[in-house]
Design a protein around this ligand. Structure first.
Ligand code: PGA
Length: 248
């Protein structure tokens, strides 16, 4: 049975003191929530976020990591560093990282492997552009992203991964995919995973939808057969709205 995960991606928002205050506010609102709750602040906010979330049901994740253990990679953060400060999840391959920071399917694969090596749960992002959707290559494109991202990963590790399907045209645009559109892609991702591994493994992998998820559409999306929660940007910056999503 897959448990719903409501994951907040704060992107480049909030300072450490703001992160602490926001998590303190959120804690009370999601206490007793049946779903898993995750907040992913920026790197510098992570220690404050981990401390603020202590003893609550809120998990903390990073928004990226480097695929090497350590070394001459100025400005980068390693899995071991994240692990040591109490981070449990890490977003990998967000479309903004792919677009603005030249991440490729191969670096995404290396990062997923690195996260698993240090026992961090990857939230692996995939999704098509508007052009790809219009060209009717959505399924082929996402299957290729998934096949490369899972390359070299055993089925025992695969079930630890959370996939986030985020159509790029829906991110930050207020244009949510319909629950049918989102579910049909999530279902196809699951079929692709069943092809790589087997039905049982695919049935155990959580697949989230992301892209303008808000308090009004979350319940309908999360009720779909192949959607196991959401990766939420804008609405995760409003504790009232995000707590409604968490409880959806
Ligand atoms: P959004 O962002 O909810 O603001 O569209 C989602 C994401 O980028 O993960």
């Amino acid at each position: 049975m897959r448990k719903i995960l409501a994951a907040g991606n704060w992107k480049m928002n909030n300072t450490p003191s703001q992160a602490e205050a926001m998590i303190n506010e959120l804690k009370g609102k999601v206490a007793g929530c049946k779903n898993d709750v995750l907040i992913c602040p920026t790197y510098v906010c992570l220690p404050a976020a981990v401390k603020a979330a202590e003893g609550s049901n809120i998990k903390i994740g990073a928004q990226n990591l480097h695929f090497e253990d350590k070394g001459a990679f100025t400005g980068e953060i390693s899995a071991q560093m994240l692990k040591e400060i109490g981070v449990e999840y890490v977003i990998i391959g967000h479309s903004e990282r792919r677009e603005y920071f030249a991440e490729t399917d191969d670096t995404v694969n290396a990062k997923v492997i690195q996260a698993l090596k240090y026992d961090l749960i990857p939230v692996l992002c995939c999704g098509e552009s508007l052009k790809q959707r219009e060209d009717t290559i959505t399924f082929d494109f996402i299957r290729s992203q998934i096949k490369i991202a899972f390359r070299g990963i055993s089925k025992e590790d695969a079930v630890k991964i959370v996939v986030a399907y985020e159509p790029i045209w829906a991110i930050g645009t207020g244009k949510v995919a319909t629950s049918e559109q989102a579910n049909e892609v999530c279902k196809d991702i699951r079929e692709c995973l069943a092809g790589i591994y087997d039905e049982e493994t695919a049935a155990n992998i959580r697949i989230l939808y992301g892209g303008s998820v808000n308090k009004d559409c979350a319940a309908e999306l999360f009720a779909m057969s192949d959607i196991d929660g959401g990766l939420v940007g804008g609405a995760s910056l409003k504790p009232d709205d995000f707590s409604i999503i968490c409880n959806a």
